[in-house]
Design a protein around this ligand. Structure first.
Ligand SMILES: *[C@@H]1O[C@H](CO)[C@@H](O)[C@H](O)[C@H]1NC(C)=O
Length: 164
């Protein structure tokens, strides 16, 4: 019976901790931009894309949303070795090149452009887009005190025209 009693106390103590941080956590999470969309545009030789999202409402009037940061990575393919069977049925190492998996928790270490967007706007244009380059995009809102949780991420790539 004594053991059970202590276990119970232990659980109460552990559960007590996240509650201390809950208000900040809830605020930053409710600042995550929703409905992010990306459209690509082409005019003659110029290629660009437009990112938009729904306006994020203030969580705290005394610490309003100051703007958004739009993060755009140029994601590079990574080489890895896989084993595949050859014509003789033997497993041989083969080098393959593929995009790393889209990871919502971890940002790529690739070349990054950050565009600052004022709070009264909910879209941004990225000029100078290139064909055959994979762009990974995420948006977050910020206040003077807080950095909001990031939106969902998106990846886009424009295929080259036939004959390019
Ligand atoms: C983003 O732009 C597209 C195309 O202009 C529009 O249809 C869509 O509703 C916009 N999304 C948001 C969240 O404003």
């Amino acid at each position: 019976m004594k053991v059970l009693f202590f276990l119970f106390l232990g659980i109460l103590w552990i559960q007590g901790h996240p509650i201390d941080n809950a208000p900040i956590d809830v605020a930053t999470r409710s600042m995550a931009p929703r409905d992010m969309g990306v459209s690509t545009h082409e005019d003659h030789d110029k290629l660009w894309f437009v990112v938009n999202w729904s306006k994020v409402e203030n969580v705290d009037k005394t610490d309003p949303i100051l703007g958004y940061k739009v993060k755009i990575w140029k994601v590079k393919k990574v080489k890895s070795t896989v084993y595949a069977s050859n014509a003789d049925g033997k497993f041989v190492p083969m080098e393959v090149e593929a995009l790393p998996e889209l990871d919502l928790q971890k940002d790529p270490s690739d070349e990054l452009t950050v565009i600052d967007v004022p709070a009264d706007k909910t879209e941004v244009t990225y000029h100078g887009m290139k064909k055959k380059v994979t762009y990974e995009i995420a948006v977050y809102a910020y206040t003077a005190k807080n950095k909001g949780t990031s939106s969902n991420k998106m990846r886009i790539e424009v295929e080259p025209d036939k004959g390019d």
